[in-house]
Design a protein around this ligand. Structure first.
Ligand SMILES: Cc1cc2nc3c(=O)[nH]c(=O)nc-3n(C[C@H](O)[C@H](O)[C@H](O)COP(=O)(O)OP(=O)(O)OC[C@H]3O[C@@H](n4cnc5c(N)ncnc54)[C@H](O)[C@@H]3O)c2cc1C
Length: 390
């Protein structure tokens, strides 16, 4: 028998283990995450206990190798799990994506000793990470950063301010890009800074349009001393590491966006089937049906795009252009689909009693983070035409 209305997304998971992960995450989403999402986003409560649970369940380290406690899953699997989490609550999906981004530098560029010392806690030991690239005066032009790290014996001393840091003030570790040399991208080095380092402090969280449950704050480094053993990669390699992490991180944002869009479509399907006008469910009207059809098609197209990029990554092929395209398309899709969902709920859609308006506010941030969608177009165009002449 054909079922109508909201349905679990049909997913082709490649292994039995991946299918079990999907079952686990759907159960967690249903039991722990979705029921409190609306209330906690309104009150601004960060669900730290959910992240501890995800860490203990192996869901904070899915794409990393088993050697240090990672899940050893392909990106294709990790992203679909992320989509499910974001559909339940973006604060959780985005939080997992940012944590994964914060682990990237050490997992891919750290020495064996550094990995052995730090990764087990970051992967499955309940620690939560933050990624510090942006500053108050350098966002899109991140290579213009001013935060400095100056060598002092066996230590580095960090001074400066990072801006817009997801988990700022609550993270256990911060992956920080700081200037150690000349101006420009080649003078930047990456560091792993503990959350309780002396001289590290966070401002009050930003008062955002959405994602009230996810703290975003400036993080100040005031003479923060870290040993050279916490430098990741070579001196001057930090910006390349940061961009490499973002190529993968953008796929996470794309998957989160499709999760938000799917949640909005499900709301719209349920509401338009139950709401009657002119003696019929409004889902009977062609003007509504065509909107639902377009929303579902855009979501499928976005999902296919991020999965195609993920499969390139899993095969060890270049995927930066496809990742930028997936981030651009999926987040624009989330904005459009959530806006249409508000429209399809009519006046109810404009109230906080229904989730559609929250999903619309959440979708907006995904067009901005990890490189705005204009910057994604800059990246894609460079792949097509080469760098700009000036
Ligand atoms: C909720 C939230 C969470 C975030 N989390 C993090 C985090 O965890 N870590 C972190 O490091 N950062 C984080 N960010 C920062 C985010 O990555 C930046 O906001 C983003 O990169 C844009 O930088 P900006 O805000 O300084 O905008 P600007 O760079 O000042 O851009 C302003 C406008 O100009 C446009 N623009 C700029 N340059 C160009 C160009 N060359 N071509 C065309 N248009 C251009 C932009 O697209 C934008 O529309 C977060 C931001 C938000 C809002």
């Amino acid at each position: 028998m054909t079922e109508y209305g909201p349905q679990p997304v049909e997913r082709r998971m490649p292994t039995e283990e991946a299918r079990d992960l999907l079952t686990l995450v759907r159960e967690l989403a249903q039991r722990e995450i979705r029921p409190v999402a609306a209330e906690e986003e309104e009150s601004g409560r960060f669900p730290r206990e959910t992240f501890t649970l995800l860490s203990e369940s192996g869901l904070l380290s899915l794409p990393y190798g088993e050697e240090f406690g990672g899940g050893e899953q392909p990106y294709e699997v990790y992203l679909q799990i992320l989509e499910e989490l974001a559909a339940a609550r973006l604060t959780v999906g985005l939080g997992v994506s940012v944590h994964t981004l914060a682990c990237h530098a050490l997992a891919h560029y750290g020495s064996k000793e550094q990995c052995a010392e730090h990764l087990p806690g970051m992967f499955a030991g309940g620690l939560l990470g933050a990624y510090c690239l942006s500053e108050p005066s350098s966002g899109s032009d991140a290579a213009a950063m001013r935060t400095r790290a100056v060598r002092d014996g066996d230590d580095w001393v960090l001074d400066g301010t990072k801006a817009w840091i997801t988990h700022g003030g609550i993270a256990d570790f911060y992956t920080v890009m700081a200037r150690t040399g000349k101006e420009g991208p080649r003078g930047i080095t990456a560091f792993l800074v503990p959350g309780d380092a002396e001289g590290l402090s966070a401002a009050a969280p930003e008062r955002k349009m959405g994602m009230g449950g996810s703290p975003t704050a400036q993080v100040h480094f005031d003479g923060v001393r870290v040993p050279d053993s916490r430098r990741i990669g070579e001196e001057g390699q930090g910006f390349a590491i940061a961009l490499d992490a973002l190529n993968s991180g953008r796929l996470g944002i794309a998957a989160c966006a499709i999760g938000v869009a799917q949640a909005a479509l499900d709301e719209a399907l349920a509401h338009t089937a139950g709401r009657e006008q002119f003696g019929r469910p409004v889902s009977d009207f062609q003007g509504v049906r065509f909107m639902l059809a377009d929303m579902a098609t855009q979501i499928e197209a976005g999902r296919a795009l991020y999965l195609a990029a993920a499969r390139l990554r899993d095969a060890g092929e270049p995927f930066a252009r496809q990742a930028a395209m997936a981030k651009l398309f999926c987040t624009d899709t989330a904005m459009k689909v959530t806006t249409d969902a508000v429209q399809l709920l009519g006046g109810y859609g404009y109230t906080r009693d229904y989730p559609a308006e929250r999903l619309m506010r959440e979708a907006k941030v995904l067009q901005i983070v990890e490189g705005t969608n204009q910057i994604q177009r800059v990246v894609i165009a460079r792949h097509l035409t080469g760098p700009e002449s000036r």
